[in-house]
Design a protein around this ligand. Structure first.
Ligand code: DGJ
Length: 777
């Protein structure tokens, strides 16, 4: 709910209040962002008291000794009027200076969200407050948009700059929002990494000075995801104040958190000013991406739940919104570029037998794409690999009872391609320098209309020709040498590229709403809310090692729901880490996401095939809970444990994964903790899982009647056809007992073996199902 009058603006969500007011000079003073206030709470009581002049301050008005912009919490601030903190703007004004002073001229409230011409926005039931500010001496306006998503406990903010002067001005920085909060000894959490190590969470204490979180690669990047949070000093997963921020944008982003000497913390978020320079002609406006904010007093999990619901309800759109995602098999790691129709059909047939629903043909099906050095840009089917073309191949996959999905990398071109030979001018490069390449490829210049049209036509025609229900949209290099022949001012390149990308995605996928789009950028190099407006799920990382995924998926889970995370079971030892992990753990980790398989099934033993068949059946049974349930990162008191939980919407089912990273000797017992269940009686049991006997090597002699060579043929053959059941526990108990934690069976510590010992070792895991039982039962 929004309550506003000419001086005070109060934005309430279900559990939070955001409050600001106009000062006597017309600046917007931020008063409060936190737990929902009472109706009678008064703005003067909550406002910072300014009763003494701060030394060495620049006064806004000589007659007012306590009004210095530098020591006021503001909603928007300018350069050159006495506020020395980072400003949300840097505008080259008509007089050539960088001095601006935007003050209040009016407001309006509108039902719903207000869409933008150039960028995607959140949508759904909301109210929007638009406060207009005007520069004191120029006809330049800033409209501040605040959309209140009451149920979601989310407020979004963005700013639009309107040039009503007669001259062109230059924008060197235009943030989406600025917000000043009193410090709570904040810790800033960011998601950082690189290829195959995306989204690892890092904490930075907010001390005096500036901490930034930004990307310059042309995409939201795997280096620093745009999302971040500020948690009060002692906050943990369950308790404490947490403020979180994200940006509906896929390009270069920038956030700064600055603590000044008055202990105010300024938060800025928006497009990265790096290499940014935008000419705003008279009567034009500039739209900034939407910033999404949430506040929770229930710790990090409380914040995550709010963002998860918001993304599922107000960001992801179209036919796949809230819809269960298919279990897919992707052929990339099975074949790379080396496949033909026979190999593909064999793989698809085996996948179908295991219960897979969607077969995805990855890179290598078109042009001369037999290595990563050629073919990108030429989306004509390689008939050596698929002799009868894509339509016929898709029908064969369909005939097996599988849906069919296809990979594209439409934003890129190899120099060894028909497209590049015909249109070298389509590639992003400088006329004057030797090009720098990434993965042997150029970026296509999406600032050019002709290039956008080409992509829309090429991709669209394949999609229409074959029966395609899923697309993987890849993007495998960072942008360099940002330069387009289509624009005069190269400072506009990065942003215009992203506007072009959104246009292309919209033109291809809006007319084909049945297609499930999974975006990808060498894994999670473009995992952001902008892409989620078009693709309901994103390939989280090329790294499918489950132990690495514990970090990657946990990191993402702070800000993104499990329904958005592509997660696959792949071969072991792992392709990038060489780590050998149990199949059960690979499945348990991938099941906390949109499950897929990515390995050559022909090398599976009969026992592994049974195992995967059971995994898929299990996932189908609980798919909705895994993808759309309430996900929490559970506390564990041991550093070698990770515990994740998903609770069903009706709060009657809980799925808990308990993961052991490295085993320690003679380890004490573990506890299963489940929170958030409805009151009542619960049946709890372990998901049955297989133990492959080869894993135990020479130890097998302790449980077998005969001694076998641990390295011999008999054990090897037996391993393919026979496995042991790991310890299955089953209990009846209350939700309260589960909340307190029920002690689990001991794990193996070398003193014996029986069926009540959990065989974890390094990288072992268990998955527990708790389901409510009728009191009469
Ligand atoms: C990078 C992606 O992340 C992989 O999954 C795969 O699609 C390759 N590109 C194909 O080139």
């Amino acid at each position: 709910m929004i309550q506003a009058n000419e001086t005070t603006f109060r934005l309430d969500t279900a559990n939070s209040t955001y409050l600001f007011r106009k000062t006597k000079y017309g600046h917007l003073e931020h008063i409060y962002y936190g737990t929902l206030l009472a109706d009678f709470d008064d703005v003067d009581v909550l406002a910072q008291k300014r009763t003494i002049q701060v030394g060495s301050s620049v006064l806004y008005d000589e007659s007012d000794s306590v009004y210095s912009l530098d020591s006021i919490c503001l909603e928007w601030s300018d350069n050159g009027r006495g506020d020395y903190r980072q400003s949300p703007t840097e505008l080259k004004m008509p007089d050539g200076s960088f001095v601006s002073d935007f003050i209040y001229v009016g407001y309006k409230i509108v039902e719903n969200c207000v869409t933008m011409k150039t960028l995607p926005t959140a949508y759904g039931e909301a109210e929007t407050l638009i406060v207009t500010l005007k520069d004191t001496t120029n006809e330049l306006y800033v409209d501040l948009y605040y959309s209140v998503f009451a149920e979601a406990n989310v407020i979004t903010r963005r700013a639009v700059l309107r040039n009503e002067t007669d001259v062109m001005i230059t924008i060197r920085r235009m943030m989406s929002m600025a917000l000043d909060l009193p410090d709570e000894n904040f810790q800033m959490y960011t998601l950082d990494g690189g290829w195959i190590k995306e989204a690892n969470i890092h904490k930075h204490p907010i001390s005096y000075g500036i901490v930034t979180n930004s990307s310059t690669t042309g995409a939201s990047s795997n280096r620093h995801n745009p999302a971040f949070l500020l948690a009060e000093a002692n906050a943990n997963e369950e308790y404490g104040n947490v403020y979180a921020f994200n940006l509906v944008y896929s390009g270069n982003h920038y956030s700064a958190v600055e603590k000044n000497e008055r202990d105010y913390v300024r938060i800025l978020m928006g497009i990265n000013p790096h290499c940014f320079d935008w000419k705003l002609a008279s009567k034009e406006q500039f739209e900034t991406p939407e910033c999404v904010m949430t506040y929770s007093n229930r710790g990090l999990n409380g914040m995550s739940h709010q963002f998860h619901n918001f993304i599922n309800n107000n960001i992801v759109r179209g036919n796949w919104k809230k819809k269960e995602r298919p279990i897919l098999l992707n052929n990339w790691e099975a074949h790379f570029f080396d496949f033909n129709e026979h190999k593909l059909l064999q793989l698809a047939k085996q996948a179908k037998e295991l219960g897979v629903e969607l077969f995805v043909l990855d890179d290598g099906w078109f042009g001369e794409r037999n290595t990563d050095k050629a073919g990108l840009g030429d989306y004509t089917v390689n008939t050596k690999k698929l002799p009868q073309g894509m339509k016929a191949f898709a029908s064969k996959i369909k005939a097996l009872g599988l849906d069919f999905g296809l990979w594209f990398e439409p934003e890129m071109v190899n120099s060894d391609s028909e497209l590049y030979r015909a249109h070298p001018d389509y590639a992003v490069k400088l006329p004057s320098k030797q090009a720098v390449l990434g993965r042997n490829q150029f970026v296509l210049d999406l600032c050019q209309e002709e290039v956008r049209d080409y992509i829309v036509k090429q991709v669209g025609s394949i999609l229409d020709e074959a029966n395609i229900s899923y697309v993987k949209w890849d993007m495998n290099r960072h942008i360099a040498e940002a330069f387009s022949t289509a624009i005069e001012n190269q400072g506009e390149f990065y942003h215009r590229y992203i506007i072009g990308l959104y246009e292309v995605l919209e033109r291809i996928f809006c007319p084909r709403p049945h297609i499930l789009l999974e975006s990808c950028s060498s894994g999670g190099n473009r995992f952001d809310l902008g892409m989620l407006c078009f693709s309901p799920q994103i390939w989280s990382s090329d790294d499918t090692d489950p132990i690495e995924r514990l970090k990657i998926q946990a990191g993402l889970s702070y800000f993104y729901p499990l329904s958005t995370m592509g997660a696959h079971v792949s071969q072991s030892p792992h392709q990038q880490t060489l780590r050998d992990t149990p199949l059960a753990t690979r499945f348990h980790v991938a099941s906390f996401g949109c499950l897929g398989y990515e390995l050559d099934l022909k090398y599976l033993s009969p026992e592994e095939k049974k195992d995967i068949t059971e995994q898929i059946a299990f996932y189908k049974q609980y798919r909705n809970v895994f993808q759309y349930g309430k996900f929490s990162r559970m506390k564990t008191y041991k550093s070698n444990k990770v515990m994740w939980q998903c609770i069903s919407e009706d709060r009657k089912t809980a799925l808990t994964g308990l993961f052991q990273t490295l085993a320690t000797a003679a380890e004490s017992s573990d506890k299963l903790n489940v929170t958030g269940l409805e009151k009542g009686k619960y049946a709890v049991h372990t998901r049955p899982q297989r133990l492959y006997i080869e894993r135990f090597g020479g130890l097998m002699k302790h449980v077998l009647p005969v001694e076998l060579n641990p390295d011999g043929m008999i054990l090897h053959v037996a391993n393919r056809h026979y496995s042991l059941r790991d310890c299955i526990e089953s209990y009846i108990c209350s939700d309260n007992a589960l909340r307190a934690g029920i002690p689990l069976c001991e794990q193996f510590i070398g003193t014996g073996y029986n069926e009540k010992i959990r065989m974890l070792g390094d990288f072992g895991s268990n998955l527990y199902i708790a389901e409510k039982i009728n009191e009469e039962d």
